[in-house]
Design a protein around this ligand. Sequence first.
Ligand code: NAD
Length: 236
Amino acid sequence: MNESTRLLIHGASGRMGQALMRLAGERDDLRVVAAAARRAPGDLPAGAQSITAASLDAAPDFDVAIDFSLPEAFDPVLDLCVRRGVPLVSGTTGLSDAQRAALDAAAKTIAVVWAANFSLGVAVLGDLVERAARALAHWDCDIVESHHVHKKDAPSGTALALGARAEAGGATPRYASLRAGDIVGEHTVQFATAGERVELIHRATNRDIFARGALHVARRLHARAPGAYRVADLLD
Ligand code: NAD
């Protein structure tokens, strides 16, 4: 595809939104045309229109929406994408079961990607966790996650996704969450039995990894057929 992909960034004033807009500006194939947040975000890329949550319908035409906001902000952006027939990439964690069901329903008419974590390292960690769970049957499995003090949901979406992989391998994971300082994100999956312990750890030191992953996926989603895609489907 030659033409650039026009993006709407939802949650534009947040930590992730800011990283997305900065990194999109480094790519020739992406263009931020709209930036939405609870209050109209300032300091936008050239040519981007600032919109508030209350005026999402005023967004100019875009090819893909990228949403890193909060669960209470999610329904309107999903609804906008369905009504306009454009793909949605979302990394918002803490969605309810009803919101996940709405995302699945939307995938019948638009292309969607939702991921708790857009980093390649965590994708590999998930494979390792499932393999370890299968090999270490009956060991205790504990998932400990640490994030900055502003993070609202706990356990993190990534911890729950890793837990699902552990369950797929036959383990029964328990969760513990720490909220401290400015930690970008750390996940430890521990398998323990009498006399020994295995720890699998991922540490994110810079949230640019998540933003880069989401931008990569957004470009791949431009003009895709409807469906629920995984990050792994769009890596090439
Ligand atoms: P943040 O608190 O810094 O930013 C939240 C953004 O959402 C702000 O722009 C805010 O204006 C907007 N917002 C809040 N309420 C809104 C509303 N009602 N309508 C419209 N916009 C609203 O948060 P953050 O650190 O940027 O994280 C955002 C989300 O992304 C969280 O759910 C976080 O867990 C998730 N996250 C996911 C990944 C991943 O790889 N999937 C990585 C990092 C963070």
